[in-house]
Design a binder for this molecule. Structure first.
Ligand code: FE2
Length: 193
């Protein structure tokens, strides 16, 4: 079955669009809305990269299950703790209690403080890697891009960088998630802003 979420191989986009919020974190106007970007790697071991705002959890879970059905998710990789990325951690943990959370030494205290989530952890530092089967992921610390705990995950197998907020801007993803198949004009001004 062909998935509408496929980026490349078994890497899927499972993010959601928010067209309801007027201001991001109550401060930043959102004339074009905002997307919460999360990715699912459907390998021998399944990994979820970042999550979405908690308000969109039902849609999010549906998108995940459209890819993996009732298979468990083995790893939840947290590149960034800002709530538009991390907001669904607690609910993901409730639905997948065996999930192992992947983060760096800054991440776990924030997860417990923000969401009261503890449990099995995989602590990574600069250059560490995680093999899912076909995919080999390597982690790079990027503190203050844009919070102290931020890191990036590089899929060395398919050459995909999961960059968190590193190149981020506001705006929904209308009709797709690959820049080669979208009109990206509206994002440039947003990126400058
Ligand atoms: Fe951020």
């Amino acid at each position: 079955m062909e998935h509408k979420t496929r980026i490349k191989g078994n890497v899927h986009y499972v993010g959601v669009n928010d067209r309801n919020k007027h201001r991001f974190e109550g401060m930043w106007p959102l004339p074009y809305g905002v997307s919460y970007n999360s990715y699912l790697i459907d390998d021998e071991m399944v990994a979820l990269v970042d999550t979405v705002d908690i308000c969109y959890f039902e849609i999010y879970l549906r998108k995940i299950k459209q890819v993996i059905g009732e298979r468990p998710i083995n790893y939840l990789i947290i590149n960034h703790m800002e709530p538009d990325h991390s907001g669904a951690i607690r609910l993901i943990k409730q639905h997948y209690p065996e999930i192992i959370i992947v983060g760096n030494k800054q991440t776990f205290g924030m997860i417990e403080g923000f969401y009261g989530v503890t449990g099995e952890q995989y602590l990574v530092k600069e250059g560490d890697f995680l093999t899912l089967g076909y995919h080999k992921l390597r982690f790079y610390m990027t503190p203050m891009v844009h919070w102290p705990e931020t890191m990036m995950t590089f899929d060395e197998t398919d050459g995909i960088l999961f960059s968190g907020d590193g190149f981020g801007c506001f705006g929904t993803l209308d009709g797709g998630f690959l820049d080669t198949r979208m009109n990206v004009d509206k994002y440039w001004g947003e990126m400058v802003r």
